[in-house]
Design a protein around this ligand. Sequence first.
Ligand code: GMT
Length: 374
Amino acid sequence: MKIGIVCYPTFGGSGVVATELGKALAQKGHRVHFITYSQPARLDFFSENVFYHEVNIPNYPLFQYPPYELALASKMVDIVQFEKLDVLHVHYAIPHASAAFMAKQILKTKGIHIPVITTLHGTDITLVGKDASFEPVVTFSINQSDAVTSVSHDLRKETYEYFPIDKDIVVIPNFINLERFQKQRKEHFKSAIAPFGEKLLVHTSNFRGVKRIGDVIKIFSKVREQVPSKLLLVGDGPERPKMENLCRKLGICQDVRFLGKLEAVEELLSVADVFLMPSEKESFGLAALEAMACEVPVISSNAGGLPELNVHGYSGFVSEVGDVKDMVKNTLFILQDDQLPIFKANALARAKEFEINNIVPMYEAVYQQAVEAV
Ligand code: GMT
């Protein structure tokens, strides 16, 4: 098939899922055209089946807000027409699904009928989309999509709860490429970071309030009182200055490293003992799946789709959002010498259930059905 993929090109989960999906589809012989405003972060290789089309937004003095959605819709029209695409797969409702709707209408006037698949990732529904200023557009563009998928059952449920959706939403969980995300031999990292054999706790995110990084730091501070350990924080975002201050207040700066945005996060995960994800909201928790694939058990909240990924008492533990005390107790349990190897093995076993080759055929089936229906 010839597939157009529209996504945010950044490190965010939706962009990562879209890019990895495109790469996997290209490997299977599909021709995949990425349409976005800059080269997706993980699209850093050559493949004869992968194409990248940049959306350029003209910047006139009149435009206080450059009309990205219109530029994107125009680019979709151009690429669908010229490359003879079979399907458009847009990741994230705002503004990709509405831009796709417009492109589809324009193409119809030219006698071209292209199905649009929308994948909901979470923040487009649970945080941004619910805002009154977006709600009508989100509802409309989801209902106008030829097929809609969501990355967890919880997100599907929330979407039906908050929006008057009459479309069937198919759940297709996120996936992991185990060739990339696997435990690597990085002992030299470990001895550099934890020279006295300290345990390593890791958190990766975009440092937004919804990730509750304050809880990550508080959990670590308590764990550290009982088990010699270090905390590695990967990523960057608006919460970082506040979090640095919290570490100073707790007097634990010597044991906390803010590492910023790291590309090869799997190398760091390879030496980690526990991954912390106490999020307020999380439709799936891709970062936790990446950790599990590197044999790192997960201490998470029970927000959104997290319990669909992290199996309580097996791949890690799940607690109520904000229950730091319970998360400390569970982390200490996992870190015991007789438990850690068991939880590590379980985390990997659970991650294998989300192996990319198990999930990509689900998207192919959705594409096929949509193409046959138009
Ligand atoms: O977590 C973020 O803030 C980034 C966000 C995004 O929109 O890229 O991630 C969402 O999509 C990911 C991929 O499907 C999911 O794994 C994340 O759980 C989801 N984030 C939230 O729901 C907060």
